[in-house]
Write a protein that binds this ligand. Structure first.
Ligand SMILES: [Cu+2]
Length: 242
């Protein structure tokens, strides 16, 4: 290697280390406050194949709480990242249809990133994407069609994917132009990494309780900011505003 090439290599390494050091992180926990509604279990009797895949009642997906009323299935995103073109990952988001339930139930995908739908049930499903900006599609997945891949070419806020054969099946999807998003599991936590310094608006979305937002500032040098959110039962909100 020539001397000048060595200098260039050293310079690039230092530059990369500097860029990495300036990436901040926003993390937090989402929880729920208020009375927990008694949600009816999902009835799968209409399809004996689905029904047979579960031993007991199948819990509703519309409010899934962990210990301490932490919330699952909350989509967290940065609303105003720096405007630039972010690389689309090649690896697909995998969505399984197993036990006649979509998993994950809520997720984000980047524009043009593949979404791989798996049919693990040995029964007929169809993937009906109720998008508006993207082209709506309705794709049959008979029991022998175990994998089908689709992409979404336009950014689009949350829309529903449903199965017309099994009306209880639903998944929520957001098509993103950047990678700064996450979905909570039952422990209610999220983490969004690699954010350059700046002021960000963090929005959290839940299918029933809608959205909350707040501003978070990332300063330079490995800043870690915590942004927790609490969704309230609508009855509590009324008390506050009255
Ligand atoms: Cu189905």
């Amino acid at each position: 290697m020539m001397r000048s090439e060595k200098y260039i290599c050293v310079f690039l390494v230092i530059l990369l280390m500097t860029l990495a050091a300036q990436a901040g992180t926003i993390r937090g926990t989402i929880d729920y406050e208020g009375p927990i509604p008694r949600l009816k279990p999902i009835k799968m009797d209409a399809d004996p194949i689905c029904h047979a895949k579960h031993e007991g009642p199948v819990a509703s997906e519309s409010l899934v709480l962990g210990e301490g009323q932490t919330m699952a299935n909350v989509f967290v995103r940065v609303k105003n990242p720096k405007k630039k073109i972010y690389e689309t990952p090649n690896e697909p988001v995998v969505v399984s249809q197993k036990g006649c339930i979509y998993s994950p139930h809520v997720f984000g995908v980047m524009v043009d990133q593949p979404v791989k739908f798996l049919n693990e049930d040995g029964t007929l499903h169809n993937v009906h994407a109720m998008c508006k900006t993207n082209k709506e599609f309705n794709m049959a997945m008979p029991k022998f069609r175990k994998v089908a891949t689709r992409t979404f070419t336009e950014a689009e806020d949350m829309f529903l994917i449903k199965c017309d054969v099994h009306p209880w099946m639903g998944a929520w999807i957001s098509v993103m132009t950047h990678p700064f998003f996450a979905t909570t599991g039952k422990e209610g936590t999220y983490e969004i990494k690699d954010l350059p310094p700046g002021e960000y608006e963090i929005e959290v979305w839940h299918e029933k309780l809608k959205t909350l937002a707040r501003k978070v500032k990332i300063s330079a040098e490995d800043d870690i900011q915590v942004a927790d959110f609490t969704f309230q039962h609508p009855s509590l909100k009324k008390k506050v505003t009255e």
